[in-house]
Design a protein around this ligand. Structure first.
Ligand SMILES: Cc1ncc(COP(=O)(O)O)c(C=O)c1O
Ligand SMILES: Nc1c(O)cccc1C(=O)C[C@H](N)C(=O)O
Length: 426
């Protein structure tokens, strides 16, 4: 028996995270459910205040001195490292001094991949998977092409993702880097970061993890797992806003030999001496290239603060419970309408979104947005339902599934559905 609306309400009544919903700026009245926080999180009221303070009290008053004045526990030039440490403590399981907020995930991923390969001279292979986010696949191609390396492609089943066994099957001592997404962008499959990292290390390879879909939704343990490099975005579950700067983590044991490819002035030692020749700054600072994006970094600080306050374990527990609710409703209501589950059924293998598959997903998703349920379509046949434990209520998610069910009834009344309805176009 699927949960009823009353059941969803009762889950909300017991939800320790329910008070956090009022931290967000209200969504428009015509939105029944916003299930796209795994693409762009909703804004916190605190960010509105932070940006207002930045413009009216800090930027306008300190002017250029903001870069070097010691206020807010540091100056703007230091904020990438300061807020990097704050995010690391709240959401990455990483000790201070190994994380910076800078650039986009794409750019950070490029830097991390090149830096990792530089640490393994003479090795000729990079392992990457076909289900990885496009930017990761393209950057891996670009790095391999520039450096004359071979790409070894994993081809995971969409719903089962990349296992340690898949990696073990192609790993040898000629592999420089294994790169994977911790949570797959389409299926939500959760990779075993600890096991795969240990496996890569046994062959002398390094790992570069993309944490875009896990940061802020899943307890990450970068130091404990001895991860080498990790990158991820802050506009999803961290909620720092469209185009907010990403983060880059490099394990301390690589700092002495770290050599990333974009040699900008702010990653140099003694930047303001403006000297000839590049000499990397000490530590994680050398992952920076150019001027930090201060409004975005301050928004990351607010996101990290709220995650720290809520507690990442509590966030994860609610993500699991929301996912289970969605899957039970999919089974009961949507299976008979020709939808299939496009995510792992087992919560231990699933992140904070659930994908449902149907051949006409693109049109369905457009219709859903029109009906006030905002998820997203991912080619070729997936509707992703992103579950944001801080912003979504159980009832909101339940209502979304009800809308999906009823939309389909309206479109295809009765039991006589066209045959192609059930045949997934592969
Ligand atoms: C897994 C993953 N990696 C990388 C990116 C790309 O990040 P960006 O476009 O911010 O560089 C995204 C989302 O866009 C993503 O989901
Ligand atoms: N970064 C995005 C953008 O600039 C426009 C639209 C969507 C996005 C996304 O974040 C996509 C997202 N990373 C995904 O998992 O599909």
């Amino acid at each position: 028996m699927a949960l009823s609306r009353a059941d969803a309400r009762s889950l909300d009544a017991q939800d320790p995270l329910a008070p956090f919903r009022s931290r967000f700026i209200e969504q428009p009245d015509d939105v029944i459910a916003y299930l796209d926080g795994n693409s762009l999180g909703r804004p916190l009221k605190a960010i509105d205040q932070t940006w207002n303070t930045l413009a009216t009290q800090v930027w306008s008053q300190r002017l250029i001195r903001g870069w070097t004045d010691d206020a807010d526990g540091g100056n703007w030039l230091e904020l990438p490292e300061i807020v990097g440490d704050e995010l690391a403590a709240a959401a990455l399981g990483a000790a201070a001094g190994q994380t910076v907020i800078a650039d986009s995930t794409t750019v950070n991923f490029y830097k991390a991949m090149r830096a990792a390969v530089n640490l393994r001279p003479g090795r000729k292979k990079i392992i990457v998977d076909r289900e990885n986010f496009p930017t990761n696949r393209y950057i891996a191609e670009s790095v391999a092409s520039d450096l004359g390396l071979e790409l070894v492609w994993l081809r995971p089943d969409l719903a089962t993702g990349v296992s340690a066994d898949d990696v073990a099957a192609v790993l040898d001592d000629d592999v420089a880097v294994v790169t994977l997404s911790h949570i797959a962008y389409r299926s939500g499959f959760l990779a075993d970061m600890s096991a795969i990292t240990a496996l890569a290390h046994r062959h002398g390879a390094l790992v570069v993890w993309d944490l875009c879909h896990s940061v802020g939704s899943f307890p990450i343990t970068l130091d404990a797992d001895d991860v080498d490099f990790a990158v991820g975005c802050t506009y999803k579950f961290v909620g720092a806003g469209p185009g907010a700067p990403a983060f880059s983590y490099v394990n301390r044991r690589h700092h002495a030999d770290l050599n990333q490819p974009i040699w900008g002035w702010l990653g140099r030692a003694d930047s303001f001496e403006m000297e000839q020749g590049y000499r990397p700054a000490a530590g994680i600072r050398s992952m920076i290239s150019g001027t930090p994006q201060i409004p975005g970094i301050l928004a990351v600080r607010e996101g990290a603060r709220v995650i720290g306050e809520a507690g990442i374990d509590t966030i994860r527990a609610k993500a699991v419970r929301l996912g289970e609710m969605v899957i039970s409703l999919v089974d009961e209501w949507l299976g008979p309408q020709g939808y299939r589950l496009g995510s792992p059924r087992d919560s231990d293998q699933r992140g904070a979104h659930v994908s449902i598959l149907r051949h006409d997903a693109r049109q369905l998703n457009d219709a859903l947005i029109g009906a006030g349920v905002i998820g997203d379509f991912r080619a070729p046949d997936a509707i992703r339902l992103g579950l944001s434990p801080l912003a979504n209520s159980y009832e909101e998610v339940w209502s979304a599934l009800e809308v999906i069910r009823d939309l389909d009834r309206a479109e295809y009344p009765g039991q006589d559905r066209p045959a192609e309805y059930f045949d997934r176009a592969e």
